[in-house]
Ligand binder design. Structure first.
Ligand code: F6R
Length: 365
């Protein structure tokens, strides 16, 4: 049931404040402001020298965000790869390892094969899934469900942000267990995460501005998305969503990689989305943005009020997000990225909930 929405995807985007609230309250104890992940003790965070994370598509991009978190908050190195590469790479895995698999459907063939490869090698297996009765959930040692509810639109939206919520909890739990995250810092981060549902609601208020971007974007043949740190996986996610929904060719890049090749593509026909909350590396991203502007690229900057006021006049359009802390930013900035792809596709008249050539559950490799 789409309720009052035209598409399942719109409904699922708008459900995010609520389902993020459900998922967060399952994994965080708000009475103590601690991550409280049942079953995490089996992941052996304390003694790990690295964590293996594997998934496909948008779920892989959630994993990529988590690499920044596990490394920053838990000093735990993360080896992350897409499952179709991981499974055939003959990566050494042993009984000392822990491997985490992320999948909305819990049925993705390459992710499942990667899980079996690690299980065979004796690793501890954790799975973040949205379908609790799925094959991946059944075969994992520990299941960490996302409480997103059924996701019908082929493009993953609410499952992605709920995966991020679970991964944030696991990263903070790992930080505590490894003795690198102080109780005080953990309380502060959890308090920030409690703001996610209300921040998500505020982020959705940018929708009326985002709708206006659809017309100019619909005329482009290509688009670029740029970001640094946890905004880099979001740049990849923005490009993936735009491709699959509107069939406009799009690429995501780490902003610092621009000058190593893709800057050659920039001209006045190239829309460039820059994802840049006002954080410690904001200045670096702004300087990349100015390089794009100097070559005539048409910039849409997604940032907060401070970022907007410190970005000069390089951007043609600015999408304003509320102010927020670093740890919540990748969860919240996913929403404008989803809305840009959604509204462009609606404007162009493509089949938003069922894009051509795609299936919700990829059970063949
Ligand atoms: C993109 C998208 C896909 C899935 C991928 C993995 O919007 O939805 O990239 O994320 O096919 O699917 P799951 O999470 O079911 O393993």
């Amino acid at each position: 049931d789409k309720g009052n929405y035209k598409h399942f995807m719109a409904k699922e985007i708008h459900e995010q404040p609520e389902v993020l609230g459900h998922t967060l309250s399952r994994y965080f104890d708000y009475s103590t402001n601690q991550a409280r992940v049942a079953g995490a003790e089996h992941l052996n965070f304390k003694n790990l020298s690295r964590l293996i994370v594997t998934a496909c598509g948008t779920a892989y991009l959630a994993g990529l965000v988590s690499k920044y978190w596990f490394e920053k908050y838990a000093r735990l190195p993360v080896d992350i790869d897409i499952a179709s590469e991981f499974r055939y790479r003959e990566t050494p895995v042993s009984g000392q390892d822990t491997a985490l698999f992320i999948s909305q459907s819990g049925e993705t063939a390459d992710t499942l094969a990667s899980l079996r490869y690690c299980k065979e090698a004796g690793a501890a297996i954790g799975a973040i899934v949205n379908v609790p009765e799925s094959t991946i959930a059944r075969e994992a040692d520990m299941v960490f469900p996302t409480i997103a509810g059924p996701e019908i639109g082929v493009a993953s939206t609410k499952a992605f942000t709920c995966q991020l919520a679970v991964l944030a909890a696991l990263a903070l739990q790992a930080g505590r267990e490894r003795g690198v995250l102080s109780a005080e810092k953990e309380r502060e981060l959890v308090a920030e995460l409690t703001e996610v549902p209300s921040l998500a609601l505020k982020a959705l208020a940018a929708e009326s501005d985002i709708v206006k971007l659809a017309l100019p974007l619909s005329k482009a043949d290509n688009a670029l998305y740029l970001g640094r740190a946890t905004s880099y996986p979001l740049a990849l996610e923005g490009a993936l969503k735009l491709k699959e929904l509107s069939y406009i060719h799009a690429e995501g890049y780490a902003a610092g990689e621009l000058k190593h090749g893709p800057i050659a593509l920039i001209d006045e026909n190239m829309p460039v989305f820059v994802i840049a909350p006002h954080d410690a590396i904001f200045e670096k991203t702004v300087s990349n943005m100015q390089e794009v502007a100097a070559r005539g690229g048409r910039i849409v900057l997604i940032t907060d009020a401070r970022g907007a006021s410190e970005s000069g006049n390089a951007a043609e359009n600015v999408v304003i997000m509320p102010e927020m802390s670093d740890i919540v930013a990748p969860i919240i900035y996913a929403l404008p990225v989803q809305l840009i792809a959604y509204h462009t596709a609606v404007f162009m008249g493509t089949d938003v909930d069922q894009p051509r050539n795609l299936a919700k559950s990829v059970t063949v490799e």
